[in-house]
Ligand binder design. Structure first.
Ligand SMILES: C[S@@+](CC[C@H](N)C(=O)[O-])C[C@H]1O[C@@H](n2cnc3c(N)ncnc32)[C@H](O)[C@@H]1O
Length: 154
C-alpha cells in the first residue's frame, strides 16, 4: 500500500499520510479501518474509497486523514460521532475553524505535531501545521497515549 503517485499541489486533496509517521502511530492504535483512501494510499487492509461519510465507523479503530477540501468539517463530525471504538484523525491544525470549536476543542484529545509533515512521499514539508485528533466515544478499551510519533527526517 505504498504511495505510487504523490500529489502535492495545494489544489490537490491527496495529502497521503507519510508511511513512517503512520507506522509509528499504528503501533499504539492498531488501526483496522481507513475510511477515506484509494487503492494506492490506503493505510489499512479495510478501507473505503467512496461513501466513507455514509458507511459505519462504529466499533473500529479508525485512522482518518480526510480530504482537505471544504468537506473536511463533515469528516470531523463523522469522527466525533463514531461509537465504541477509537477514531484518530490527521488534519491541519486550524484552531480558528468552526469545526475545531464545535467537535474537537474540549471534546477530543489533541496532539499538535512539532514541525511539518512531508505528505505523499514529497521532499517538501507541508505549508501548514498538522494535528492528531483522537475521539474515544464509549471506547471499550482506552489506551494511554505514549510519545508523539515524528517523521524520521525533516
Ligand atoms: C488525504 S487523502 C488520505 C489518503 C490515505 N488514507 C492516507 O492517509 O494516506 C484522502 C483520501 O480520501 C479519498 N476520498 C475522497 N472522498 C472520499 C469518500 N467520499 N469516501 C472515501 N474516500 C474518499 C481520496 O481519494 C483520498 O485518497
Amino acid at each position: 500500500m505504498k504511495n505510487l503517485k504523490p500529489l502535492m499541489s495545494s489544489a490537490s486533496v491527496e495529502w497521503s499520510t507519510p508511511q513512517d509517521f503512520f507506522d509509528e502511530l499504528n503501533k499504539e492504535f492498531k488501526f483496522n479501518l481507513d475510511p477515506c483512501a484509494n487503492r494506492e494510499n490506503a493505510k489499512c487492509k479495510l478501507y473505503y474509497s467512496s461513501g466513507g461519510l455514509e458507511k459505519s465507523w462504529n466499533n473500529f479503530r479508525v485512522f482518518c486523514n480526510p480530504p482537505y477540501g471544504s468537506e473536511i468539517s463533515k469528516w470531523v463530525k463523522k469522527g466525533s460521532e463514531a461509537m465504541g471504538g477509537v477514531v484518530v484523525m490527521l488534519i491541519p491544525a486550524r484552531t480558528d475553524t468552526r469545526y475545531f470549536h464545535e467537535y474537537i476543542y474540549g471534546k477530543a484529545e489533541i496532539r499538535f505535531i512539532k514541525g511539518r509533515l512531508k505528505f505523499g512521499g514529497s521532499k517538501n514539508s507541508a505549508p501548514f501545521p498538522s494535528m492528531l485528533v483522537i475521539f474515544k466515544r464509549n471506547a471499550k478499551t482506552l489506551r494511554t497515549p505514549t510519545t508523539l510519533p515524528r517523521q524520521k527526517s525533516r
